[in-house]
Ligand binder design. Structure first.
Ligand code: OSB
Ligand code: MG
Length: 373
């Protein structure tokens, strides 16, 4: 497969409801879409998960745009790629910037699958079983609103609920939810809001039978996570701390977590995601697929990845309408009998909605493309 051209499109997508976490509130996403053209007339699509501000990780939409435009595109256009695992070879010298790299890498995987006449799920080696999925619920104005939201999501068919927590909205909030929903499959995500000084408070969460506690401490604090985990029954799951398979190996060796959240956009793409999956599977460590409030393009990639056998916990793979008034793909993602069905079409298996994308586009840049989208 040869990459003849690449186009970057930045789209602006207002969320249906603001999404609040311990690091801030998001009301709309600025999303970089990457479209690659191959030498057999096909195209592949990817999405960059970087946010406008460096509050989840150090990358932003603008750093990712610059790295893609100035360094990645010039290095990959005109290159022959024989194996999807080699996609990032020409840009391996770039330190960090995993989100920028992943956006291109995932587009190239989509193209590769289409050129081989298979779905991305098949190319990755996943199963075609429908998946149980979960929904991530942001911090709400008050407890009543939160309870109503949870009820709605359960009616919609989600298999588990993840609640965002932060200092001051943690123990009592989870206690109230657990009292109200004794059978609920429940987990909590702190987005690094705490320090080891909060260990006693975090131990109180052991009473609520959580599936896991996601990223309680800082991104860099693997040793502190290990110390916290040693005194906690609830399994710790790392998100922000795991930026590569090497990070995952270190975290597991240290006992810093017992579960791993894999987001291909965060770890540099699908190849690295599969490496983390394989490592965790060898060690009997469950993994699940996280989300970054992606459009349907990123969602399709995440869903394909989540069909691998080690993804034994429900992912943050919600329906398009949980996020958007209208998504940028056809068909939109929907639960079928409470499950997400991996698309069977070629590549990511959903069609980018070009009219919708055009309406939402703020800026574009391309190198070597024949057909502007
Ligand atoms: O920490 O998992 C997270 C969204 C944006 C940034 C970080 C996170 C999240 C979510 C939402 O929890 C997951 C989703 O539904 O996409
Ligand atoms: Mg998280």
């Amino acid at each position: 497969m040869k990459i003849l051209g690449v186009e970057l499109l930045e789209v602006r997508m207002p969320l249906r409801d603001p999404f609040e976490t311990s690091v801030g509130t998001c009301t709309e996403r600025r999303i970089i879409l990457v479209r690659v053209e191959g030498d057999e007339g096909g195209e592949g699509w990817g999405e960059c998960v970087a946010w406008e501000l460096p509050s989840y990780s150090s990358e932003t939409v603008d750093t990712a745009w610059a790295i893609l435009q100035e360094l990645i595109l010039p290095a990959v256009v005109g290159r022959e790629i024989l194996d999807p695992r080699e996609i990032l070879k020409p840009v391996q010298w770039i330190r960090g910037h995993s989100m920028a790299k992943a956006a291109f890498e995932m587009a190239a995987w989509d193209l590769q699958a289409k050129e081989q006449g298979v779905s991305l799920r098949e190319l990755l080696g996943g199963s075609d079983e429908p998946l149980s999925v979960g929904v991530s619920v942001g911090l709400q104005r008050d407890l009543d609103t939160l309870m109503r939201r949870i009820e709605e999501h359960l009616k919609e068919g989600y298999a588990r609920i993840k609640l965002k927590i932060k200092r001051g909205q943690d123990v009592e909030l989870l206690r109230a939810v657990r009292d109200r929903f004794p059978e609920l499959t429940l987990q909590a995500d702190a987005n690094a809001a705490y320090t080891l000084d909060d260990a006693e408070l975090l131990q109180e969460l052991d009473d609520f039978d959580l599936v896991l506690l996601e990223q309680p401490l800082g991104e860099q604090e693997l040793l502190d996570h290990a110390e916290l985990q040693a005194g906690l029954r609830t399994p710790i799951c790392l998100d922000e701390s795991i930026r590569s398979a090497a990070d995952a190996r270190l975290a597991l060796e240290l006992g810093a977590c017992r579960i791993v959240n894999i987001k291909p956009g965060r770890v540099g793409g699908l190849s690295e995601s599969r490496a983390i999956h394989d490592l965790c599977q060898e060690r009997g460590v469950p993994v699940w697929c996280g989300g970054m409030l992606e459009s349907g393009i990123g969602r399709a990639h995440n869903l394909a990845l989540a069909t691998l056998p080690g993804f034994t916990l429900p992912g943050d793979l919600s329906e398009s309408r949980r996020y958007w008034e209208r998504d940028v793909v056809h068909p939109e993602f929907e639960l079928m009998d409470g499950k997400m069905v991996p698309p069977e079409g070629l590549g990511i298996g959903v069609e980018p909605d070009r009219d919708r994308i055009r309406q939402l586009t703020l800026r574009r840049f391309s190198v070597g493309t024949a057909t502007p989208s």
